[in-house]
Design a protein around this ligand. Structure first.
Ligand code: HMG
Ligand code: MG
Length: 296
């Protein structure tokens, strides 16, 4: 019982570009985003309104958002860690934001300089303002299959944090295997537990592919009816505050797998592959998509 349709959220302009050494010109970011839109991607994480001292690569978040043409049916999502970031996002025209928490105390401290409980407190005023403005809020739980600092993470903690995000008003929570450490049986156990607290339609998978396990883990979770997948074109990505983290699962590889299984995405694979080659050339980095390597 796989879903017949999957919604893809491409996170490459944010997760993909937040961790690379050289800063990427705003125009390259907006060109990438426009290419993703042309390929049929309707949900794109385009920037983050975090502290530029923490993540200098995202310092042009205002410019990126302001330069994107409004497109019917397309959602540009931006990360907001606190009210300050949320207000910057709204001032730049954001209609959808993402808040991010973790199932690991140490990762929460390293990534956002606060405990899990404090991070949830920081989100309360964001949720209030978002509700008043009609802004959609997506939630993240990081370290759902392991933490770079603590190792194994209790599934109960993943469930608790994910449910807290839904209870405070997120329309969906995206489950992050931040350092791509999970394997399919573990992924299955995690998703089976989370689904008891949050229905499958409100869950997304955000798996990094550090150890080549992401597609297998996604397949394991698709069997539970989860039909929202985060991925990154050319397999770009990685969190600067997660030691050893590398790219997200490549969008091209996910789309190839889904189409091969008869699952619809609404995405034109050829155009998607071209977007992956474009950004790889621009940042002079390897294209980590296997499918991208086949279709030049
Ligand atoms: P802090 O230092 O504890 O906060 O950082 P603060 O309130 O003490 O502020 C420090 C300075 O930052 C001040 O400036 C603030 O004004 C400024 P100063 O007075 O020193 O000149 N500041 C801001 N500036 C712009 N926008 C803001 C903002 N907030 C404060 N929003 C904070 C706390 C959360 C801000 C910081 O820790 C931070 O920015 N962290 C973000 C780290 C990050 O972006 N990580 C990557 C994204 S998460 C991820 O990749 C995982 C994910 O992909 C899922 C997965 O894979 O699992 C989502
Ligand atoms: Mg990530």
């Amino acid at each position: 019982n796989y879903p017949s349709q999957v919604r893809i959220v491409d996170v490459s302009p944010r997760d993909g570009l937040q961790n690379i050494k050289n800063s990427v010109p705003t125009e390259v970011k907006t060109t990438l985003i426009n290419k993703l839109c042309d390929a049929g991607i309707q949900h794109i994480e385009v920037a983050s309104f975090v502290s530029p001292k923490w993540v200098p690569q995202m310092a042009d978040a205002e410019a990126v958002l302001q330069q994107l043409p409004p497109r019917e049916g397309t959602s540009y999502i931006v990360l907001t860690p606190n009210l300050r970031g949320f207000e910057r996002a709204i001032d730049s025209g954001a209609k959808e934001v993402a808040i991010f928490a973790a199932a690991s105390e140490t990762f929460s401290q390293k990534n956002t300089n606060c405990s899990i409980a404090q991070s949830l407190e920081h989100f309360e005023p964001i949720m209030l303002k978002a509700a008043a403005l009609g802004v959609r809020v997506r939630g993240y739980t990081s370290c759902v299959l392991g933490c770079p600092y603590e190792g194994d993470i209790a599934v109960a903690e993943v469930v608790r944090v994910s449910k807290a995000l839904i209870d405070m008003g997120c329309y969906e929570v995206s489950l992050g295997d931040t350092i791509g450490i999970g394997t399919p049986i573990k992924a299955r156990e995690m998703i089976a537990a989370v689904i008891k607290a949050v229905p499958a339609e409100k869950l997304a998978l955000h798996f990094h592919d550090t150890r080549g396990q992401a597609l297998a883990n996604i397949l394991a979770c698709l069997e539970y009816g989860v039909a929202n997948i985060d991925a990154s074109v050319a397999g770009l990505g990685g969190c600067p505050y997660a030691a050893g983290a590398s790219g997200n699962v490549s969008t091209e590889d996910v789309v190839y797998m889904l189409h091969g299984m008869g699952i619809e995405t609404g995405i034109d694979l050829k155009k998607l592959v071209a977007a992956g080659h474009y950004i790889s050339e621009q940042i002079a980095g390897p294209n980590l998509s296997k499918v991208g390597a086949v279709y030049q």
